[in-house]
Design a protein around this ligand. Structure first.
Ligand SMILES: *Cc1c(COP(=O)(O)O)cnc(C)c1O
Length: 360
């Protein structure tokens, strides 16, 4: 079977060039006689791979020198706990924006460690939009402000950066990191699970301003202390070595493609193919507010949910897979991360039009 177009929300599509290079180097990495999977994480080969991956990520995102880049495990879900454990720093509460399923999980976990002030919520409209900052009730004494710039399930993206003054801004960028340029200096901490836009599942990236770490809540496990990982260059214990290697290949691929500005253009072009298709008909419906239409995850429903199964079956026959929406939302969702080629999105739009013709 040829490769299909994979619209999965995560683990998600990876660039074909990256997979081919990993394949070529799988058994014997650059003539060293071993696979990357077999290397000591403290040997010079792997230390070089990790250092290069970090350098390329710093270059791509323009990460300032006073920020640490950590290669961790445990997924974004572990960050829901690590963030309050490390960033409360003696304060009583933290501010959280609630824009959907991932925000809710982050809030629920943070409540185990302190009080949570929900600054604004879009639950009133089924999480189909993001409240603008004039609607947020920020607390000047909050330890930090947490938000989810791209809600992967609802397809709600925030394209502006919140202004939080001296209160550090924390972002769960799991599904939109590296999709467009972002000013890292505006953030206290950014985290992302790798399996959407970075590489294989199992690696979690944390970018944190160094003055924010070092003061954890009592009882914090050693492995949940950012400072431990920072002081040990993410090698306090065995890091997810193969994931770091593949992420490094993805960073190289992004640089070759022209970096994040070029990626943004590519992602805007892909998203507009899909949103134009959805706007041109009543047969399909996109529930997301226009200002918050995600460039990465495009949810939509069919006029008649009874056609969902036929839609998915036909899509599969065209090599278009993993389009079924999240169980909490229903309908369809097309995730179109960096590695999704525009041809895949065009083919999906063509298929949608032909399905409408035969079933509309
Ligand atoms: C996927 C996702 C998560 C959960 O990531 P895990 O790595 O499975 O823990 C959290 N937040 C967002 C925005 C996500 O897209």
């Amino acid at each position: 079977m040829e490769r299909i177009y994979n619209f999965s929300a995560g683990p998600a599509v990876l660039p074909r060039e990256v997979l081919e290079q990993a394949q070529e180097e799988l058994v014997n990495w650059q003539g060293c006689g071993m696979s990357v999977m077999e290397m000591s994480h403290r040997g010079k080969e792997f230390m070089g791979i990790a250092a290069q991956a970090e350098a390329d990520l710093r270059e791509l995102m323009g990460i300032p020198a006073n920020y640490k880049v950590l290669f961790l495990q445990g997924g974004a879900s572990s960050q829901f706990a690590m963030v309050p454990m490390n960033l409360l720093r003696g304060k009583k509460s933290a501010d959280y924006l609630n824009t959907g399923e991932w925000s809710k999980k982050a809030i629920k976990e943070a409540k185990r460690y302190g009080a949570v002030n929900v600054v604004a919520s879009s639950e009133d409209k089924n999480f189909s939009y993001a409240p603008t900052q004039d609607q947020w009730k920020l607390d000047q004494d909050a330890a930090y402000v947490h938000y989810t710039p791209n809600e992967t399930i609802g397809g709600v993206e925030i394209f502006w950066t919140p202004e939080t003054g001296n209160v550090p801004l924390v972002a769960d960028m799991s599904s939109n990191i590296l999709s467009r340029p972002m000013d890292v200096s505006k953030f206290g901490l950014i985290y992302a699970g790798a399996q959407k836009n970075i590489g294989p599942a199992g690696l979690t990236i944390v970018i944190v301003r160094e003055d924010l770490i070092g003061e954890t809540v009592a009882g914090t496990p050693t492995m949940f202390d950012y400072k431990i990982h920072a002081d040990n260059e993410s090698m306090y214990n065995t890091p997810p070595t193969y994931g770091i290697y593949v992420a490094g290949l993805v960073f190289k691929w992004l640089k070759e493609k022209g970096g994040l500005k070029a990626m943004e253009q590519h992602n805007l072009a892909k998203a507009s193919v899909l949103y134009d298709c959805l706007d041109g008909t009543d047969f399909y419906h996109c529930p997301t507010a226009r200002d918050n239409r995600s460039l990465m995850n495009v949810p939509f429903t069919l006029k008649d949910a009874a056609l969902d199964e036929a839609f998915l079956k036909g899509a599969k026959a065209h090599g278009l897979l993993q389009l079924k929406g999240h169980r909490s939302v229903g309908g369809m969702r097309a995730s179109i991360y960096n590695a999704m080629p525009i041809e895949g999105v065009q083919l999906l739009a063509e298929y949608m039009k032909s399905f409408e013709k035969s079933h509309g």
